[in-house]
Design a protein around this ligand. Structure first.
Ligand code: FRU
Length: 477
């Protein structure tokens, strides 16, 4: 093990003792201490799910990126492992940026972006991003193999390789910026070391962003999905409200052919905090996605507690009607349920009910009969500062958070699905909420920072009647 990796692990061992756990997740992947952002290298290898993540072990702010590492047998209990990659240079001296992992025979290969500046780090002209590889037989210690794709002439932003196997070849997509045009570039290889440029897989039309980060490309049903995180899309009404977006294009593709799609970019998640999702395929063939449950430049109040950032719960995605992705929490999460409660509330008539409750990590399942509810506004406040409600005039489902002490106020929303019953599966894990709507039709993920211990769940209906046909929850330990 090199000294930079040892130093990083030693920092984790010391700094984790200082972490205040009041907002620290109980069932999400988070760094033991320090800063994390994107999920990286999600893969099933040798009997384990592995998840890596962008990691700065020395502070709760972004810095020279390492790859943190956890593994799991079941997608829900994660075991921390030593830091996998450190910016040991020269090709990655300023950071081991995002990337992916593949199984090559008996070897786990990480393919990531080496990030370095030659000169002033504020100048794009001084930026060099190259694609690198590191390999491991035990899935824990990695041997660096250096650069496998150099920066194409004229490019500076060229990062986040995702590699997959298709027929007898390896393929790689990489995010790039050319002027103010975001691109996804495609490469092909026989051996993971030598790569041929296969051109541009997709690029932005005007208004679709100046840089496309973290591309992922995979087959789902009989279609191909390009999932990516564009920077530079303007907010438009209820859409694209966050600083950066994450979403997808669906189309048709075959090796050697263009990716044919209709430019209909759809967002993956509608909450305040979701970015840089990546996918893996489970041994039973499911396509599973995890994202970063934060947003660049948002307040992260947990920084004062010695840690920052977490990943979403694993979500299985499938192709729904009209080429829309459905996104559901993996069923493995049910293994975490402990105490089960069920409430017989069925009707609220211009009133508020408080249900005594003490837990900071739980799963809630609700169903509202939206067809029969007449209240102007009705919903639930499961923890202090968070309200999840239906605005019956706007015909939308809202997630509203109110933490003015952290300058975190405001709503995100989606149109009410076209069904009589609105079913919600909600995961709260101290400082995060994830809402899954109608069996995966939509999801909303946001960070929350309740000030007080939870004492009750509030359900309410303003000006009229609301019918709650299901209301149960489980503590999660
Ligand atoms: C996305 C991203 C990636 C980059 C990484 C750096 O959030 O900006 O493009 O590789 O984070 O930490």
């Amino acid at each position: 093990m090199t000294s930079l990796l040892q130093q990083a692990d030693a920092a984790v061992e010391i700094n984790k003792l200082q972490v205040n756990k009041k907002w620290y997740p109980k069932f999400h992947i988070a760094a033991q201490t320090g800063w994390i952002n994107d999920p990286n290298g999600l893969v099933w290898f040798d009997g384990w799910y592995h998840a890596f993540y962008q990691f700065h072990p020395y502070s709760t702010h972004w810095g020279p990126m390492h790859w943190g590492h956890v593994r799991s047998k079941d997608l829900v209990h994660w075991e921390p492992l030593p830091v996998a990659l450190a910016p040991e240079g020269p090709e990655d001296k300023d950071g081991c940026f995002s990337g992916s992992a593949v199984v090559d025979g008996d070897t786990l290969a990480l393919i990531y972006t080496g990030h370095k500046f030659a000169g002033d780090s504020r100048e794009d002209d001084a930026l060099y991003q190259v694609q690198c590889m590191a390999r491991s037989k035990d899935g824990i210690t990695f041997e660096r193999k250096g650069i496998i794709i150099d920066t194409p002439p004229g490019l500076h932003h060229f990062r986040d390789p995702k590699v997959w196997r298709e027929g007898d070849s390896w393929y790689m997509v990489v995010g790039a910026r050319v002027g103010d045009c975001g691109q996804v570039r495609l490469y092909r290889s026989d051996d993971l070391y030598q790569w041929q440029d296969e051109g541009i897989l997709a690029q932005s039309e005007p208004g679709m962003g100046y840089m496309w980060e973290c591309p992922d490309f995979f087959k789902l049903g009989d279609k191909y999905v390009l999932m990516f995180s564009p920077q530079g899309i303007e907010a438009n009404g209820y859409h694209h409200r966050n600083l950066f977006q994450s979403g997808y294009l669906i189309g048709d593709w075959a090796p050697g052919q263009p990716f044919v799609h209709n430019n209909d970019f759809k967002e993956m998640d509608h909450g305040h905090d979701f970015y840089a999702p990546q996918s893996l395929q489970s041994p039973d063939g499911r396509r599973i996605v995890l994202g970063w449950l934060n947003m660049w430049e948002s307040a992260m109040p947990e920084q004062q507690d010695g840690w920052s950032g977490l990943l979403t719960v694993p979500r299985e995605i499938t192709l729904g009607e009209n080429n829309k992705l459905l996104s559901k929490p993996v069923p493995e999460l049910a293994a975490l349920r402990t105490r089960h409660c069920h409430h017989g509330i069925t009707e609220l008539a211009s009133e508020k009910k408080e249900i005594p409750f003490e837990c900071d990590a739980f799963e809630l399942q609700l169903a509202w009969d939206t067809a029969a509810s007449t209240a102007e506004k009705y919903g639930i406040s499961p923890v202090q500062g968070l309200s999840i409600y239906i605005d019956n005039q706007a015909k939308r489902l809202f997630l509203e958070r109110a933490y003015p002490e952290f300058n975190m106020e405001g709503e995100r929303s989606i149109p009410l699905p076209d069904s009589d019953i609105l079913s919600l599966q909600i995961f709260i894990d101290r400082s995060s909420v994830e809402i899954f709507v109608n069996e995966g039709e939509a999801c909303l993920s946001s960070r929350i920072y309740p000030a007080e211990e939870q004492k009750e769940i509030i359900v309410f209906a303003h000006h009229g009647r609301a019918l709650l046909t299901r209301f149960e929850y489980w503590d999660i330990q």
